[in-house]
Design a protein. Structure first.
Length: 167
């Protein structure tokens, strides 16, 4: 199933702080328009986010247990579907990559059906790299017990730093 997002939000401003997430691929962007590399090879459009820009898309809380933490933890972050809507994503898969080069392909449908967030905060505080931050994809496991399966756990990428929307 091909899913298109159509957003009326303004195009993003340039980040003022440290870039913590880049979104590229099958998106629209007038800020970081498609460009060419040093060899003249076309590069896909890319939108870069600092923490303030990302959190400005709207935050929600997800209180859940994870296989990697003890007890119920409160995470705060941006719904992935809102981020994809903001960048006008047009694809069916998102390739998520982490600082440690872990990469996973996640169906866009996961983000539409479930309240999956890109967590920026844990217990109310920004996440540090040693706390699996600065960004962590979190599924609402306590709200939807059917998500407690290896497939969804492997999609919960921590130290996230980029998303590429694939057609």
């Amino acid at each position: 199933m091909q899913l298109s997002f159509n957003c009326s939000a303004q195009q993003p401003a340039l980040p003022e702080g440290r870039v913590i997430l880049t979104v590229s691929g099958a998106i629209e962007s007038s800020v970081d328009a498609a460009s060419s590399d040093a060899n003249g090879v076309a590069q896909p459009p890319t939108v870069s986010f600092d923490l303030a820009m990302l959190e400005s898309l709207g935050m929600i809380k997800v209180a859940t247990e994870t296989p990697w933490t003890t007890g119920i933890i409160e995470f705060e972050g941006v719904l992935v579907r809102d981020l994809l809507d903001f960048v006008k994503a047009d694809g069916k898969t998102v390739k998520a990559a982490a600082l440690d080069d872990y990469v996973v392909d996640i169906p866009v449908e996961d983000f539409l059906v479930h309240d999956v967030i890109i967590a920026t905060r844990i217990k109310g505080k920004p996440m540090r790299v040693r706390e699996n931050g600065p960004l962590w994809i979190i599924y609402p496991w306590n709200d939807v017990p059917d998500l407690r399966r290896p497939h969804f756990y492997s999609n919960s990428i921590w130290q996230l730093n980029s998303l590429m929307v694939l057609p």
